[in-house]
Design a protein around this ligand. Sequence first.
Ligand code: C2E
Ligand code: MG
Ligand code: MG
Length: 765
Amino acid sequence: MFRPVPPHAVLVPAAALVVVSTAWLTVVAASGTASPTTSLAGAAGQGVVFAGTSVLLRRRAAGSMAEAELWRWLSRALAALAAGAVLKGVARLAAGGATGSDAELLGGGLATLVAAPLLYRGLIQWNRVGTTTSDPTDWLNGLGGGLAITAVIDLTVARWQPDWTVAPWWLEQVAVLQVGALLLLVGTVLTVATLSDLQLDPRSWLAGLATVGLAVLTGADVLVHGGVPAGDLAAVGWVLIAGGLALAAVLRAHPALPQASKTQDLAVGCLVVLVGGVSTIALATRLDPGRTAPVVVLGLLAVAGACVNAMRLVGDLSQLARTRQEARTDDLTQLANRRSLLAALAEALGDGAATALLVVDLDRFKEVNDRFGHGVGDELLRWCARLLLDAAPSGSTAARLGGDEFAVLLPGAGLAEAQAVAHRVAALGEHPVPVGVHRLRVGASVGIAVTGGEPVTPSELLRRADTAMYLAKGLGSGVAVYDDEADLGARQRALLAVELEDALGAEHDAAGPAQFVVHYQPQLSIHTGEVVGAEALVRWEHPRLGLLAPDAFLDLLEERGHMGALTGHVLSTAVQQAQRWRADGNPVRLSVNLSTSCLTDPGLLPSLEAMLRGSGIVPGDLVLEVTETTLMEDPAVSLRTCEQIAALGIGLSIDDYGTGYSSLAYLADLPATELKLDRSFTDRAVAEPRIAAIIAGTVTLGHALGLRVVAEGVENLPTLELLRGLGCDESQGYLHCRPVPADAFDRWAAAGAVAAGAFAAGGPS
Ligand code: C2E
Ligand code: MG
Ligand code: MG
């Protein structure tokens, strides 16, 4: 039975035969004893070997994605050598088969000079196996290096062998350049093979051996022929290289990791070329100018190459510095970014020294953004960044963590120093910030976390400062220090959120979520003392914590998207209450608060209509309170909803008037019926004439727009009297009655406290 012979079983021995016989023919030609036929056969053999290897390498390139570039460059080098062999053959043919003519030397030399850089390029590519980045700077380094080495050889000859002359001079230079190029290749092979893990690749030993062999043979060629390289011994070296590369192409590669080009390596290479070039020129000036002209020319070229290279490097480095800078700074404020802060924090904590971290969050920044647009918001953030830098001591790092959240790292600082800085930062809110045509006053909440050197990770310290910041925000205290209690607060909040969801979800009965009750606070005519309305205010009867005020859970509700459910419950409870009061013959107008998400909830209008339809109250018995902040969340949708509410005949009240950033312009469009002066105004009215003037102006404005003006938070008689004098219509506050359950409200009203005391303090609490 015949077994088919695999193609490589024939091809490999045949190729080896061609390489060996060509090497032999070339050696014979180098010995000077070759017959014309042998010398021509030698040149032809070289051509076949080089061209064949070139084709083989190109096929190898097609078969390997990762090393395609490497093999392509090597294939090009071999093609150049094949062209050189053709030139050599033609020159030998012209010389009747004689070897060593000037034309042959020039052809062979030029082919070497073309092949060497192509090989160099391939070797550099090998160093970067797997990457597509070719580094053009390597070209310049190689060229400069080759020129500098050549200049050194020239200089060596001029200094120690001044009588060595070869005619013509250009042939001498081609020979010297060849040696220079080969020395450079040897250096490159050795460097590349020892870099990274390429020394584990058997092919690097093959390449190293072949290149060293080539250099030795070329050196021998020069020496054997008394300084005039005949090129044939060198050609043996090239044939060996070709054989070596052919073998490498079929050997299995050791997997190598991609290498990025290192700027410092390039800089060292550049410096070596520069120093080599300059010192060669300097030494050449001390010798016979007739002999050193090529040294100076080559040296100058090398120096020029190195200079261009250096300029590119400087450009690359500044680009790198810019990129690094960009990666570590916040685009908008130019402060450090979160990544950079964490790195600085890791460094500070690594020393085991005391470290303090402040986390700063602007209060009501979203309102500014919504009201004035993102351009103004951005400008405000830039201002805050500048103020933060002013407040932070030298040696600290100020960073923007994102949005309106900033941080200041104080390495080595203790609690006292951190608190001093935190108060400086929190005081920023006391000064209005000029942003474009606006002057905005933005407060800040600052959380402090300090470590005395005990092991804490950067992210843990950041979490602690963040927790403290939320505590500061929640308390409205401006500054808060993290301690385990603050942490406990955060954990309690998380627990509360879970309980809130349970209370809203699981405990639903026919009357709604049972734990949520509604209290009522009366609103009195400021002139007659008659109860004309009441505000419905929700409370949570928490099984563990007792009666909770809305501030303790409304944010959580809004955060978790349950506001709609609660508002529905409060609304229906309030409507039923209004119905009862009407049925009892004491109709009272009832106000219910709407939150941000309610105004944009498409379910609000249908449920309002349904409630009114099923109840015995008139739409005017119901007032819905919205704040300026609520309106600004989505002004277009909110305005439309308000118009629809008004169209139903329900009253619309602007709650907490004077605390937001909204302009007066929206008053013109909003179909409001009532304006509620915020407690922060009524509080200060007696003590501060300017506040009283603002209230007077607001009352005039409200009346001009046909609005009822209700004063909130009235706690004492002087305030009540002043507000009456300023023209307010109604009064609501602890002076009259705190928010109480409906039956307590009834008892309070029945006790005739209003009629008797006409605004005397007291009532149920
Ligand atoms: P608000 O609408 O401005 O309600 C007035 C708040 O001021 C009430 O606080 C009331 O108890 C308090 N207050 C009234 N008179 C005085 C006074 O003389 N002195 C002082 N210091 N405070 C007084 P409460 O009940 O804690 O409600 C706080 C806020 O929670 C309300 O402010 C309102 O924005 C919100 N809220 C209450 N119930 C609901 C609700 O059912 N739905 C929604 N969305 N928000 C609600
Ligand atoms: Mg209200
Ligand atoms: Mg209010």
